[in-house]
Design a protein around this ligand. Structure first.
Ligand code: ADP
Ligand code: ASP
Ligand code: MG
Length: 403
C-alpha cells in the first residue's frame, strides 16, 4: 500500500461537475489500496477575479489582507471536493491551512512552506480517509494567512509529498503532460514522456507554466518522482525525475517563452572600470533581479550603452533607482516592454556542438533580430521583438525536430 499526493489544478476543479469527476479519480486511486492526499487549487479564474476585486478597492491593496482574500478560493474547492467524496460514500475531510497547520516563512503573497504538521492527517489516512488540503497557502509564525506565489499549489503538492514521505506526486492538469512547447499555442508540440528535473526547472522558470519552478526545485532536491497528467483523459503523462535515467537522443527537449521581461538601455554611460558595479549594486540591494546584460563596444573609449533585462513589474522601480544613483552619469535611459524571451532547453545540448549557431541562424532566416542573449549549460535564451514570438517558437520547434 502506497501513499500518493494528487494535485488538481484550477481547470480540473473549475465546475461542480469536474469536481465530481475528480472525486471519481480519487475513489479509483483509493480502491487500488493507496492512501490519498489531494491538493486543490481554486476554481479556474477565481484567483484572478479576487485580485481584480482587490484592485477595485486599491491598486496598493494591503498584502496581509490580499492573502486572506486570495486563500479563500482554495477553501471553496477543498470543501466541495470533500463533499463530493462523501457523496461517493468515501471517508473524506478537508483541512484549512491553519488547521493543519502549514507553516510558512517570508513575505505576504510570496511566502514559502517551511513545515507541515502531519499527525492529524496521517491518523486520518490510517483510518481509511482521504485528506483534502488547500494549495497555495499557509500561515506565518504570527498566525497570519500567507500565500506562496501564483501557481503555488504545485509547490504545496511537492512540499506535502516530501513531508508526508509520499511515494509519488501526480500533478493533474488540463493538458496531457509536459509538451515540447505550450500545446495551446503551438499545436504541433509533442508530449514529452520523460524529462529531467533540471530541464523541467529551466522550462518552467523560462515560462512553461505547466509546473511552477519552486515545486520542481523541491522535487529535485528531495528526489520526489513527479508525473504531470490530464484530469480529462486516461493518457499516460510526463514523468519528471533525475537525469541519470534519461536517454538523450535530441539536443533540445523544449522551447519556452515568456513576456515577463523588459529591456532597459542606459545610453551614453562612461566606459571605465567600476561603472557596471555602480549601476547594478543598488539594483541588487533592492532585490531587483537583472537577467541578461549587454555592453556595447564604445567607439571612442569614453561613452558606451549598457542594455539589460529585468522583470516587467520591476521597470518603474529600476528606472527610479537609476535616476537616484549619483554614482553614474549617462545621457538617457530608455526601456522597451514589447519584448519576449524565447528559450531552448535540453540536457542534450551539453554534448551537441552547434546548437547556439543553429538557433541564431534559424532566427535570422526568419528576419528576427536578437536583442539580448543569455546561456547556461542546458539552456539558451534570447530577447526578441514581442510580435515575432510565435514565428520564432514555430521555427525553433521545427529545426530542432520537435514537431
Ligand atoms: P493548472 O491550473 O492545472 O495548474 P496551469 O494553467 O497552471 O494548470 O498549467 C497548464 C497550462 O500550461 C496548459 O494549459 C498550457 O497552456 C500551459 N503550458 C505552457 N507551456 C507548456 C508546456 N511546455 N507543456 C504543457 N503545457 C504548457
Ligand atoms: N489559485 C492559485 C493561482 O491561481 C494557485 C494555483 O492555482 O496553483 O495562482
Ligand atoms: Mg498551475
Amino acid at each position: 500500500m502506497g501513499k500518493k499526493v494528487l494535485k488538481f489544478g484550477g481547470t480540473s476543479v473549475g465546475t461542480t461537475e469536474r469536481i465530481m469527476h475528480v472525486a471519481n479519480i480519487i475513489k479509483k486511486e483509493q480502491s487500488t489500496g493507496n492512501k490519498v492526499i489531494a491538493i486543490v487549487s481554486a476554481m479556474s479564474g477565481n484567483t484572478n477575479e479576487l485580485i481584480k476585486l482587490s484592485k477595485e478597492i486599491s491598486e496598493e491593496f494591503n498584502k496581509r489582507e490580499l492573502d486572506v482574500l486570495l486563500s479563500s478560493g482554495e477553501q471553496v474547492t477543498c470543501a466541495l471536493l470533500a463533499g463530493a467524496l462523501i457523496k461517493l460514500n468515501l471517508k473524506a475531510k478537508s483541512w484549512l491551512n491553519w488547521q493543519i497547520p502549514i507553516l510558512t516563512d517570508g513575505e505576504h503573497t510570496n511566502a514559502r512552506i517551511i513545515n507541515i504538521h502531519i499527525e492529524k492527517i496521517n491518523k486520518f489516512l490510517d483510518e481509511g480517509g482521504v485528506a483534502i488540503i488547500p494549495g497555495f497557502q499557509g500561515i506565518s509564525k504570527n498566525a497570519d494567512i500567507t500565500t506562496i506565489g501564483r501557481g503555488g499549489s504545485d509547490a504545496t503538492a511537492t512540499a506535502v509529498a516530501k513531508i508526508f514521505n509520499a511515494d509519488t506526486c501526480e500533478i493533474y492538469t488540463d493538458v496531457d503532460g509536459v509538451f515540447s512547447s505550450d500545446p495551446n499555442k503551438i499545436p504541433v508540440a509533442k508530449k514529452i514522456d520523460k524529462i529531467s528535473y533540471d530541464e523541467m526547472l529551466e522550462l518552467s522558470s523560462l515560462g512553461a507554466k505547466v509546473m511552477q519552478p519552486s515545486a520542481v526545485q523541491t522535487a529535485m532536491m528531495y528526489d520526489i518522482p513527479l508525473e504531470v497528467r490530464s484530469t480529462f483523459t486516461d493518457r499516460i503523462g510526463t514523468k519528471i525525475f533525475s537525469q541519470e535515467n534519461i536517454d538523450y537522443t535530441k539536443s533540445v527537449t523544449g522551447v519556452a517563452y515568456s513576456k515577463d521581461d523588459s529591456k532597459i538601455t542606459i545610453i551614453g554611460v562612461e566606459d571605465r572600470p567600476g561603472v557596471a558595479a555602480n549601476i547594478f549594486e543598488p539594483l541588487s540591494k533592492s532585490q531587483i533581479n537583472v537577467d541578461m546584460v549587454i555592453q556595447n563596444i564604445s567607439s571612442n573609449q569614453k561613452k558606451t550603452d549598457i542594455t539589460f533585462t529585468v522583470k516587467r513589474s520591476d521597470v518603474s522601480k529600476t528606472k527610479q533607482i537609476l535616476k537616484d544613483n549619483t554614482k553614474i552619469k549617462y545621457r538617457e535611459i530608455i526601456h522597451n516592454d514589447k519584448v519576449a524571451k524565447i528559450s531552448i532547453v535540453g540536457a542534450g545540448m551539453v554534448s551537441t556542438p552547434g546548437v547556439t549557431y543553429r538557433m541564431f541562424r534559424a532566427l535570422s532566416d526568419e528576419s528576427i533580430n536578437i536583442l539580448a542573449i543569455s546561456t547556461s549549460e542546458i539552456k539558451l535564451s534570447v530577447i526578441i521583438d514581442e510580435d515575432n514570438t510565435l514565428k520564432a517558437i514555430k521555427k525553433l520547434h521545427t529545426i530542432f525536430d520537435l514537431d
